[in-house]
Design a protein around this ligand. Structure first.
Ligand code: HEC
Length: 106
């Protein structure tokens, strides 16, 4: 009986972890992260960083690129754009997923 209770508790913990893993984007403040990591070289609407002429506007990038392209590009820009000037930045998996989702919404 005690064994069954323990197993049930473990199953419950595992399933709540799975649910948390399924929605990583919600835990990342992607706008704040964009301001910190990306904005300097890009613009979205009128909101342009100091060197926005380098990376250019990201408006409409979501209809130009798909999730797989964005994920590969953000991990390693040179894998998708020959001679890419954008640096390969470091992200956690959650941050990367959040950035891809954010880019797709633009
Ligand atoms: C040091 C400047 C710099 C930073 C910081 C930077 N980028 Fe870029 N980005 C570029 C440049 C330059 C390009 C144009 C293509 C190339 O040379 O790689 C680009 C291109 C892109 C593209 C492709 C746009 C298109 O129309 O195909 C996306 C998407 C993008 N950046 C997203 C981001 C995100 C998200 C971040 C932050 C995590 C970021 N960038 C940070 C310089 C930068």
């Amino acid at each position: 009986m005690r064994f069954m209770t323990t197993m049930a508790a473990i199953a419950l913990i595992c399933s709540s972890l799975l649910i948390a893993g399924a929605a990583p984007a919600a835990e990342v403040d992607v706008r704040a992260l964009y301001d910190k990591k990306c904005k300097v070289c890009h613009s979205i609407g009128d909101d342009a960083g100091k060197m926005a002429d380098k990376g250019g506007p990201l408006d409409g990038v979501g209809s130009k690129r798909d999730a797989a392209w964005l994920e590969a590009y953000l991990r390693d820009p040179k894998s998708k754009v020959e001679g890419a000037m954008m640096p390969a930045l470091k992200y956690t998996d959650e941050e990367l997923a959040a950035f891809v989702e954010y880019m797709l919404s633009l």
